[in-house]
Design a protein around this ligand. Structure first.
Ligand code: ZN
Length: 338
């Protein structure tokens, strides 16, 4: 039996049959390590987002776990917007939403349709015309390693159009400078979907797996690889991203793997599933179904195979669309086009 079939089994009771209006106490957490693969820029007002925090959890961790370090921050929106847009792109490819006509849905606009899988899953707010809360919960993510080891300031010459620094006899003295995150910086991150249906579970997971560019909204130049460590179905919310990063810091320090930079990917990923399992065990929630590390590989392979198959993807999205439209009609009065 495939893992997706197992998850879907009636007695597993992991998914709601329909989109729920009121919170039902079901959560699925996608446990990720986001890794920079080129030079992404997560910035506000021209500078990278940095914050000082305790290095480790501090309780019984490494020697310097109580030290304070500066960490790079990947704000919430910088994570969700690209993933949301990856989902909308897929909906458009499959004709679930369109740019005009009956299935029109326009992002960040009063023409949000208020009934497609994207609007109902990621939410919207349109002035006085109503709002739907996002069912996808994300928090800021923090680099494991310190800022000083995780960035590089690139200087670039602000050339004139003809390609030199000199124009009409005058040499330009201004140089640009842009601070970039370097490759192989790791951001532990949990994406949470509340009250999942089978379709929304796969939809959000697919969006995470297919998104590879994050950073400044306008350019999205930075490659980021999302390593999905596993998924956890629980009865409530779990540890924060900061706590996850601090526990990762402790675990890597303890294993002597924090001193050589960049961190070795396999060390990070191996530690991540172990750390996540330990942290999950400390949470006052029921663990309904959890796969981490090696155990999660069959699930990942099945989901990748699903998205490689156009027909199965179409069937999934069509079924999801039917559910979100039924929800909109029943609870929001948005069933038909205005
Ligand atoms: Zn929509």
């Amino acid at each position: 039996m495939s893992m997706l079939d197992q998850l879907q089994r009636q007695d597993a009771d992991l998914f709601l049959g329909d989109v729920a209006q009121r919170p039902q106490g079901r959560y699925v957490h996608y446990i990720l390590i986001r890794e920079s693969e080129s030079f992404p820029v997560f910035q506000t007002d021209g500078t990278l987002n940095v914050i000082r925090t305790q290095a480790g959890v501090g309780a019984n961790g490494s020697a310097d776990a109580g030290a304070v370090i500066s960490r790079l921050v990947m704000f919430k929106r910088k994570q969700t917007s690209p993933e949301r847009l990856a989902g909308r792109e897929l909906l458009r490819l499959h004709g679930i939403i369109t740019d005009e006509g009956e299935r029109e849905c326009v992002y960040n606009d009063e023409k949000f349709c208020k009934r497609c899988p994207d609007c109902i899953t990621y939410g919207y707010a349109i002035g006085d015309q109503g709002a739907e809360k996002s069912k996808v919960l994300v928090d800021s993510a923090f680099s494991i390693t310190r800022y000083e080891d995780s960035h590089h300031a690139f200087h670039f010459n602000a050339l004139y159009e003809h390609g030199t620094m000199t124009n009409e006899g005058k040499t330009r003295s201004s140089f640009g400078e842009q601070d970039h995150i370097v490759p192989q910086v790791f951001f532990p991150s949990v994406v949470t979907l509340r009250d999942p249906t089978y379709e929304s579970f796969l939809y959000v997971m697919g969006n995470i797996l297919r998104t590879a560019r994050y950073g400044a909204q306008e350019t999205r130049t930075g490659r980021v690889e999302n390593h999905l460590i596993g998924v956890a179905f629980t009865s409530g919310e779990i540890f924060s991203n900061l706590h996850f990063s601090q526990a990762m810091y402790d675990a890597l320090a303890k294993a002597g793997q924090l001193t050589i930079l960049p961190l070795e990917r396999q060390h990070v990923l191996t530690a991540a599933s172990r750390v996540a399992r330990t942290l999950l065990a400390e949470e006052p929630v029921e663990q309904r179904f959890v796969v981490l590390g090696e155990e999660a590989v069959p699930l990942l392979n099945e989901v990748r195979a699903l998205y490689q198959d156009r027909g199965r993807t179409q069937a999934l999205l069509t079924s999801f669309d039917r559910k979100t439209r039924a929800y909109a009609e029943q609870h929001l009065g948005n069933g038909r086009k205005r």
